[in-house]
Design a protein around this ligand. Sequence first.
Ligand SMILES: *Cc1c(COP(=O)(O)O)cnc(C)c1O
Length: 395
Amino acid sequence: MSNPTSVENQKVQLEPPVITRAPKRSRDYQQIPLFKDVNPLDWEDWHWQLKHRIRTKEELEQIIKLTPSEEKGIDKAKGRLAMAITPYWASLIDAEDENCPIRRQAVPVSDEFLISPHEMADPCAEDRDSPASHLVHRYPDRVLLLATDHCAMYCRHCTRRRLVGDHEEKEGDPATKFDAAIDYIKANRKIRDVLISGGDPLTLEDEVLEALISKIRAISHVELLRIGTRVPVTLPQRVTENLVNMLKKYSPIWMSIHFNHPKEITKRCKNACDMLSEAGVPLGSQSVLLKGINDRPYIMKRLVHELLQIRVRPYYIYQCDPVRGTQHFRTPVASGINIIEKLRGHTSGYAVPTYVIDGPGGGGKIPVGPNYILSQAKGKYVLRNYKGKIYTYLE
Ligand SMILES: *Cc1c(COP(=O)(O)O)cnc(C)c1O
């Protein structure tokens, strides 16, 4: 049982004041020598961005001075989950700061090759719960469909690094590769919600994505379609008029966007989110708690406030899964609980996401958070509020 006085005496962490309107300090890409001659029309072309991703030390060195750990990391990450950074994302890197959150999420370091004993290749046991190729069925009424192994940018904390990357193998014929998954969804009338993720489904061409979406929409018991993506953050140029008009046809489509740090919310990203919102796609965010990137409550508070301003509802904060090579990113669970403690009651309820741990071995998302029930007996609940004050509720 928690001791109520310990709540009142909780140490107040000294933190910098909360700035809700963070300065948009992204460098103009034309200031960066590597990109200074790029035609603005090319810069806005998502195919150009994908084709010109930074994959080598030599290219990256033209933007930042690499540390020895990064040099080793880039060399070792040659196979699965090799480095690939869109010019857009690279233009947000602060060249002066080796701890820049944009840089750390994209540039491999030698720590990625330290595997700790409890880390796993497939920590959420998705492969075990796969009844058909590209499909994960864990919860009664919804499935996860892994539409591609590719992403615009490869996050160094990727939980699906066992699958994801620009490997050589062919992705398979998009016209038939999802047949077994579609047949499974058709045959299971309990499935009312299909989450299309990957990899990043928005790296697929419009026609390929539409073919998949229209097949799922044609299944009468599927009420809800969702897309999990990071493209509005790593490659906002991908969100074109053509894409949003296509998505609009299959409404309701909801979207979960992976955002980790307020620096990711640029004018360009806001513009992509506005286009999606205006096409009637409700937007939610998913963040991964990452050490030194977003594990301080004031950073997370700034992120969730800025998300609401671009009409993105904070949805989940994930504890960083125990996937192989991510120990340097992992925080104690207490950091996540503390973030929720500092948000709930202190700011708009809409700004408060749910902090979850994906139960290792396939337990699914388990919410964890501050304890507000101090005691519970016959018809009587003793509760504390966000300030630590005690209240009794009689049933
Ligand atoms: C996260 C997840 C979902 C969706 O979960 P919600 O809590 O409904 O957002 C569905 N299937 C799997 C396997 C997942 O990991």
